[in-house]
Structure formats: structure tokens, C-alpha cells
Design a protein around this ligand. Structure first.
Ligand code: ASP
Length: 436
């Protein structure tokens, strides 16, 4: 209906409003006690945190039910392995392409050469301990599935749920009653997502207002070289590499794809978390892009955990930047190590805010760059985390689309329909049900 603004437009408007209100507070009331106490750390903080929790609340049940439906829907274990293998290979490929592009651009523009160490913010950075790769493999298997669900450990949840769903298929007829029940539960969770989407504009406003109240944009100025090259690389990957892959491998129109990913990108931007964005990515990929549940329910949560193109780009640019600041020449071997490390590091770390810095510490340790150098970039990282998370989520959806296309599990009529997925707006309240 003409008078009904789409949920996406509404969220976008609230996001910009939050950004403006936050920046205004930062510029004029950064030291006004009541504004900080009641608005920034009061209203904005509480509403924003409640909204993030609400999104996270959806992730585990939605992924579980959706994945069981997906696996049982495929009904063919061979296909499951093939879909997983293709997605994994493409995730690794795009991450490697992303970081190569980042290192090339950063070497070209050389940010950090001649950087005044003394002028930088020198808040200390202590390197967190990174798990060894062997542990990453061991940790794939949950010793206690209940603990995996309770902690929201995505790879363990995926492992157990797929095994469980395959076994439902293996018990044949007797499993049908479970499949029917889980399908209904999945419908209910989808409806919960719809309800949460209606609250999203307010949540997004609060998150943006709080972030920008605390984060003055002037912090970027001394770091302009680093910030600029990083944003350029992120944009080029988003509008170049991913779109080309969609066109060539996926044989779909990249512009339609981008337009339909807007809601998920806004969520990723305002939450800085691919994991918390899973419910929105999943519904966008299924309802707007037309990807079959059996493919999307598997690849989207898998990608949110192991595929981080934007984060890899940050690591490439940050490595060159810090190497320049400290006058260290990494050489070709050093950069190849950085590429390999970043790809591997992305597998073992979840898509949550700020995890990119932990991965960066792993990379620096490996190539012998001073880990305390990370203190230099920490100030601007909050803002960059938002942008790179939007790229991460777009990468997950792009690979899902490409794999779905190769498996013929995408409905191109839905993909090409500009209004597909607008059902976000139909919430059937029990009281009005049947009134139409
Ligand atoms: N926040 C990012 C994500 O959730 C990870 C990172 O780069 O820190 O995808």
C-alpha cells in the first residue's frame, strides 16, 4: 500500500537519524552529565542492548529448526556434502581474493609511511590468546550439545543439527512426525523474526545514536590514510569482486542482489555482528532472493562463522600499515603468510563485534609484527567494524546465491521480483486474524 513505508526504508531513516543525533551529542554534549547518564548510557544503551539481545535470541532456534527442515528437505546426503564443499571452497576463495586486493591497494597507497608514532593514541593493546588450529578442528564436535546450544557455538550447533537431521531421515517413516513438527516450529520462528523486524527501526536508532555519541568522527583525521585505503578496498570488494562472481559464476543480476541485501547490510552495520544478523540474512536470502531453504539454512550460518571478507581486508591493510609505521619490510613470503593466516584465522573465529582484532593479533604473531602496534588502529576500529561486517554479510549471501544457482535451488522469479519478501510487513495479529 502506498501509505505503508517498507520496513527497510523505515530502518534506513531511523539509522540516519540515530547517526545525526549521536554525532550532534558528540559535538555539543560530550561532557554534559545528564545527556550522558540518561540518554547515551541510559535510554540509547538500554534500548540498543535489548535489541541486540532480541536478535541473538532468534539465532539458535531459527538456525536449528531451519537447518533440520533444510536437511530433511534435501533428503539426499550426497547433495548436502556437495553444497557444503562448494560453499567452503568459495568462502576460502573470496577471503583470499579480498585480502590480496587489500594488500595490493595498501602497498600502492602506502598508508603509515612517515606516520608520527607520537601523535597516535597509545592505549595499550594486550594480545589475546588465539586457539591453535588443531583445537579449531577438535572444537567442531560438541562434547555436550546442550552446552553448544547454550553458548550459541555456531559450528558445533551446525554439526550436531545436521547429524540429528540426517538421522531423522535414516529412521524413515517414523521420523515424519518430527519433520512435520519442526516445520511448524520453523514457521513460528519466522513469525518471531517478523515481529522483531517491526521493532528494528527503534533498535537501530538507539544503537547508532549511542555509537556516534561516543565515537566522534574527528578520530578518523590522524588515521585518514589507513581509514581511506581500508574503506576503498571494502568498497571495491563489495562492488567489484563479489558482483563479478555473482555475474560470472552465479549468472544473476548483481544490482538486484545488492538492492535486496540492503536490510541485512543495515543490520550488520548497526550491530557489527554477522552472527546477530543471521536471522535477517537468512530471511533476505530465502524470501527476497528466492534461495531454497535447504541451501540457505546451511550456508548462511556457516558463512557467518567462517567467511569474513571484510575482516580479511582489514587485516591486509592493517598489516601493511603497521609494517610501514614500524619500518619493517615483510617481503613476499611475509605477505603470503598473512594471506594464508587470515584465511585460516577466519575459520576458527565467530562473527561477533571486534573479533577482527583478535585475528589480527594471530596474524601479527605469525609474521613477527609488533602486536602492540594494534593499539594504533584500535581507535577507529569500532567504525570500521561496522562497515566490514556489512561486507562480511554480503559475502555470505553472495556465496549462498552462487551455490544455490549451481544446484538449481533458487527461484529466479522470486529473485527478479522487486516486491518479493515484502511479507515482512504482514504480521497477523491473533485478534485481526480472519478479519480479512
Ligand atoms: N564484527 C565482524 C563480524 O561479525 C567481525 C570483525 O571483523 O570483527 O562479522
Amino acid at each position: 500500500m502506498a501509505d505503508k513505508m517498507s520496513v527497510t526504508s523505515k530502518i534506513l531513516i531511523y539509522m540516519v537519524a540515530g547517526l545525526l543525533v549521536g554525532s550532534l551529542i558528540n559535538a555539543t554534549a560530550a561532557h554534559t552529565a545528564w545527556v550522558q547518564d540518561y540518554l547515551v548510557f541510559g535510554l540509547f544503551h538500554v534500548v540498543g542492548a535489548m535489541f541486540i539481545s532480541m536478535l541473538k535470541m532468534l539465532v539458535v532456534p531459527l538456525v536449528t529448526f531451519s537447518l533440520i527442515c533444510g536437511v530433511c528437505g534435501i533428503g539426499d546426503i550426497g547433495k548436502l556434502g556437495r553444497v557444503g564443499g562448494k560453499a567452503f571452497a568459495l568462502f576460502m576463495l573470496t577471503t583470499a581474493l579480498a585480502i590480496t586486493l587489500a594488500i595490493t591497494l595498501a602497498t600502492l597507497f602506502a598508508p603509515g609511511a612517515g606516520f608520527e608514532l607520537a601523535s597516535a593514541s597509545t592505549s595499550a593493546f594486550t594480545a589475546p590468546q588465539a586457539p591453535p588450529l588443531s583445537q579449531v578442528f577438535i572444537d567442531l564436535i560438541p562434547s555436550n550439545p546442550v552446552a553448544a546450544y547454550a553458548e550459541g557455538n555456531m559450528l558445533q550447533i551446525i554439526f550436531f543439527t545436521i547429524l540429528f537431521a540426517v538421522c531423522i531421515l535414516m529412521i524413515g517413516e517414523r521420523g515424519q512426525v518430527i519433520i512435520d513438527l519442526v516445520e511448524r516450529l520453523n514457521d513460528v520462528m519466522m513469525q518471531v523474526v517478523n515481529v522483531v523486524m517491526h521493532l528494528a527501526p527503534i533498535g537501530v536508532f538507539a544503537l547508532m545514536a549511542k555509537t556516534f555519541s561516543l565515537q566522534g568522527l574527528d578520530i578518523i583525521i590522524p588515521m585518514l590514510g589507513y581509514f581511506g585505503v581500508l574503506v576503498l578496498a571494502l568498497l571495491l570488494h563489495l562492488t567489484g569482486t563479489l558482483m563479478l562472481l555473482l555475474r560470472i559464476l552465479g549468472r544473476v543480476n548483481p544490482l538486484i542482489f545488492l538492492k535486496k541485501m540492503r536490510t541485512a547490510q543495515i543490520f550488520a552495520f548497526s550491530t557489527s555482528s554477522s552472527n546477530a544478523t543471521i536471522p535477517v540474512t537468512l530471511t533476505s536470502v530465502e524470501k527476497k532472493l528466492g534461495v531454497d531453504n535447504s541451501t540457505a539454512s546451511f550456508i548462511v550460518p556457516f558463512g557467518a562463522t567462517i567467511n569474513m571478507d571484510g575482516t580479511a581486508i582489514m587485516q591486509g591493510v592493517a598489516t601493511v600499515f603497521i609494517a610501514n609505521v614500524y619500518g619493517i619490510d615483510l617481503g613476499l613470503t611475509g605477505y603470503l603468510t598473512v594471506i594464508a593466516m587470515s584465511v585460516l584465522a577466519s575459520i576458527g573465529t565467530a562473527g561477533v563485534p571486534g573479533v577482527g582484532l583478535i585475528m589480527l593479533a594471530m596474524v601479527f604473531n605469525q609474521v613477527g609484527l609488533p602486536v602492540e602496534g594494534i593499539a594504533l588502529i584500535i581507535g577507529v576500529d569500532r567504525l570500521l567494524d561496522m562497515i566490514r561486517t556489512a561486507v562480511n554479510v554480503t559475502g555470505d549471501a553472495a556465496i549462498t546465491t552462487i551455490v544455490a544457482r549451481s544446484e538449481k535451488s533458487i527461484d529466479m522469479d522470486v529473485f527478479n521480483d522487486p516486491n518479493a519478501g515484502a511479507t515482512e510487513q504482514d504480521i497477523n495479529m491473533p485478534s485481526v486474524q480472519g478479519a480479512k
